[in-house]
Design a protein around this ligand. Structure first.
Ligand code: SF4
Length: 310
């Protein structure tokens, strides 16, 4: 191994229980006592602050944790009484050292964090900088933003992937999203409530962006509600043309959503979701649309194979 550039060897697995299994195996090897090995996971798995971890959803936990950080999102110092008590530097240093001395899986890291009153999430991130072996789930490996947030730099690293046949599925899952009629109706409701609440505070650009989002959601709803229940694959330009929002800058809107953390802001407007009952037809056409489409292609292929050649 190069002495100039530290090399991490990362076995990446699909689930944390699989990673825990790898950790157990590493412990049994002759290297188990001397290797610096650390397991990374999300705040949802590692948070030990009872007032935060009970929030359940990963995005809400992330948001709350960032609110309790020593510096807030704008880089301003937070009032000490408002900071998470598990993030004190001295306590974190203790956990960081102990995590590098002894190989631990996620559960053991959380237990150690609880006994030392130190945050396992930030301690593990810090420890990963000095580790020789970093354990990650697929999700952390394959999603650039998550990787960056966790401080993972894969340049020069040796990457070991467990059960690699699951990689394609995971990549497709991580980089796609499925929208159904129900979620669009809910989103329309959230956006409208958010706009109504804060309309006087919006800058003209923000208001334009919100209005454009509401318009796009409305057009997508119309498409879903009026189209015949058939499965179709549309290219982006076909979808934007059919939905009549081809003249809207989608990248600009994405940037706005990202920078304003709109998704997180809308969370609070989902507390009283509308009552929505699916018709049988809707149940057939929504939900796992991708799976249904793939199933349909599979049936078509089977039919083609079984039909006699002319
Ligand atoms: S600093 Fe750690 S313990 Fe505190 S809220 Fe964030 S993840 Fe939870």
């Amino acid at each position: 191994m190069s002495q100039k550039k530290r090399i991490n060897i990362g076995p990446f697995s699909r689930t944390h229980s699989q990673l825990a299994q790898v950790v157990r195996e590493v412990k049994r090897t002759p290297y188990g006592k001397r290797i610096r090995c650390i397991s990374l996971a999300s705040r949802q798995q590692l948070c030990i602050n009872p007032q935060v971890k009970h929030l359940g959803s990963l995005s809400v936990i992330n948001e709350r944790c960032l609110d309790l950080a020593p510096k807030n999102k704008d880089g301003k110092e937070n009032v000490p009484s408002k900071c998470c008590k598990y993030r004190k530097a001295s306590l974190m240093q203790n956990l960081n050292e102990s995590a590098l001395l002894k190989i631990m899986d996620i559960e053991e890291l959380v237990a150690e964090g609880e006994s030392l009153n130190a945050c396992p999430y930030y301690a593990a991130r810090e420890a990963a900088k000095s580790a020789q072996l970093v354990m990650l789930s697929y999700q952390m490996l394959l999603h650039r933003r998550t990787r960056q947030q966790a401080g993972i730099d894969l340049r020069g690293a040796i990457v070991i992937i467990d059960e690699a046949h699951n990689l394609l599925d995971t990549i497709a899952h991580l980089h796609s999203c499925e929208l159904n009629l129900h979620s669009l109706i809910l989103l329309q409701q959230q956006l409208s409530a958010y706009k109504k609440r804060y309309i006087k505070r919006f800058s003209s650009t923000s208001l334009l962006n919100i209005n454009q989002l509401i318009f796009i959601v409305k057009r997508l709803l119309k498409l879903l509600q009026t189209s015949a229940p058939i499965f179709r694959v549309l290219r982006t330009y076909e979808l934007t043309a059919e939905g009549e929002f081809y003249n809207i800058d989608l990248y600009g809107l994405l940037k706005f959503c990202d920078q304003s953390r709109l998704a997180q802001k809308l969370q609070g407007f989902a507390e009283n979701p509308i009552n929505y009952t699916k018709t049988k037809e809707q149940e057939l056409t929504e939900g796992s649309a991708t799976k249904q489409l793939l199933k349909q292609i599979e049936i078509l292929q089977k039919n083609n194979k079984s039909s006699p050649e002319k």
